[in-house]
Design a protein around this ligand. Structure first.
Ligand code: NAP
Ligand code: 2RA
Length: 403
């Protein structure tokens, strides 16, 4: 991971900042990171570990400097700049809705359809789903695998950070002013969001569903490659972070709750909180700053054996955006590091072999420290069996020489 050069387009936004937090948690090196935003932010600085990284202007940014670009700057930026990145050999993981419904591009939630990344040729554009879809499909997977889902009815309770940084600030400011008895206004939402609930996310479309509702319908079908019917109602609530969803589903086969609970317990990224011991999962107590989807209030329908109802929460900035993209990036690095590494070694054939040859030369020159550094890079790059053995034996040789 540490060798990959990574650009974050939209680094000053709610999702971009979360992606940076995740990279810091994973100790991604600052020198391999490029932070990009609009000309308004260019020249400003962001602190990352102990380093200060200057924000670059997207209009002037050279995508040739990066192997992967994480885009979270909206649809118009994706439309205008993703192809430029591809032309420079830079793979794009995009968080906007611009590419999600294109038949020729992948829309990925690693827990559900991550295997589709295996056949991908890089550089490529990979779409990240909408936040409410990402968390829902993770929760639907065990039901679909066991009983085949026919229909889902979902009502969302979406936090304001889903709208972006400015909406988070509007909620804080409005709440404070209302509590202090001051005059207040609304700019991001059409009416007051503090102490309220708005039955609309995105614009209303011709079919009377909102944009956000149709994302759940269309993206779920694509991610499962199956004709699941999804009918959604999206509601914005005055919560800072973490979307909740009430899900009612209908399956082809009869639902066995014990079987599904076992399956949930075995699924990555999904946590069953099905007792009221610590209360049920909520955006604040469970979702905020977590990478997982939490499922609770799981129960069968009172009348039909093929229906179940439950509640989920997840952090929209994490699993709904930055964490899902980070998972995609990790999978590319694990399976396709050769294609991603457009570094100096790539010009001399297989970049891992090139590093191993260099390590041998360093050992011959008595430069044990440099040789070790190169060998650790090799381990980082997912070497094949033979390369790993060679790296192990070189390391052993250095240790033997030192003793
Ligand atoms: P945000 O807080 O408003 O941030 C937008 C970012 O995009 C900022 O860094 C902004 O830079 C940059 N940007 C905007 N216009 C630009 C331009 N013309 N050139 C260069 N940079 C530009 O929004 P967000 O919530 O992070 O969302 C970003 C994207 O992720 C959207 O497409 C959204 O639909 C998607 N998404 C969001 C979530 C979520 O939970 N928030 C979840 C999934 C997907 P400046 O600061 O310089 O303006
Ligand atoms: C929301 N569409 O409205 C955003 C998240 N991607 O919550």
């Amino acid at each position: 991971m540490s060798n990959i050069k990574l650009a974050i387009v939209g680094a000053t936004g709610a999702v971009g900042r979360e992606f940076l937090r995740i990279l810091a948690e994973q100790q991604f090196p600052a020198e391999n990171l490029f932070l990009v935003a609009s000309s308004k932010s260019a020249g400003k600085a962001i602190k990352y570990f102990e380093k200060i990284i200057e924000i670059e202007d997207l209009q002037l940014f050279d995508f040739g400097k990066a192997s992967v670009a994480f885009f979270s700057a909206g649809s118009s930026v994706a439309e205008s700049h993703a192809s430029q990145a591809i032309e420079k050999g830079c793979t794009v993981i995009d968080n906007s809705s611009f590419f999600r419904n294109r038949d020729d591009l992948e829309l990925i939630v690693p827990e559900v359809n991550g295997s589709r990344l295996e056949d991908l040729n890089l550089p490529a554009i990979i779409a990240n789903p909408n936040c409410s879809t990402a968390q829902m499909v993770v929760a639907l997977k065990p039901f679909h695998d066991l009983f085949k889902i026919k229909r889902v009815d979902v009502a969302t309770y979406q936090s304001v950070s889903g709208t972006g940084q400015s909406a988070s600030e509007e909620l804080k400011e409005q709440s404070r002013k209302i509590l202090d008895g001051e005059e207040h206004s609304n700019n991001v939402y059409p009416v007051q969001i503090a102490f309220n609930a708005l039955p609309l996310a995105g614009d209303i479309l011709e079919n009377n569903y909102s944009e956000e509702e149709m994302k759940l319908t269309i993206e779920t079908k694509k991610i499962f490659s199956d004709d699941i019917e999804v009918s959604a109602t999206c509601v914005r609530v005055p919560v800072q972070r973490g979307h909740g969803e009430v899900i009612h589903l209908e399956t082809e086969k009869e639902i066995n709750l014990e079987e599904v609970k076992d399956s949930i317990n075995n699924q990555n990224g999904l946590i069953l909180c099905d007792s009221d011991e610590d209360f049920f999962p909520t955006p604040v107590t469970h979702a905020e700053k977590s990478n997982e989807v939490f499922i609770g209030r799981l129960r069968k329908d009172l009348w039909k054996d093929n229906r179940a109802n439950f509640w989920i929460v997840s952090d929209n900035l994490r699993k709904g955006a930055a964490w899902n993209s980070y998972q995609i990036l990790s999978s590319l690095i694990k399976n396709k590091s050769h294609e991603l590494l457009n570094d100096e070694y790539a010009e001399v054939g297989d970049p891992i072999d090139a590093r191993l040859n260099l390590a041998v030369s360093y050992i011959e020159m008595g430069k044990a420290y440099d040789a070790k550094a190169i060998i650790y890079e090799v381990f980082d790059l997912s070497p094949n069996f033979e390369q790993k053995n060679k790296a192990d034996s070189l390391l052993q040789k250095i240790n033997d020489q030192g003793s």
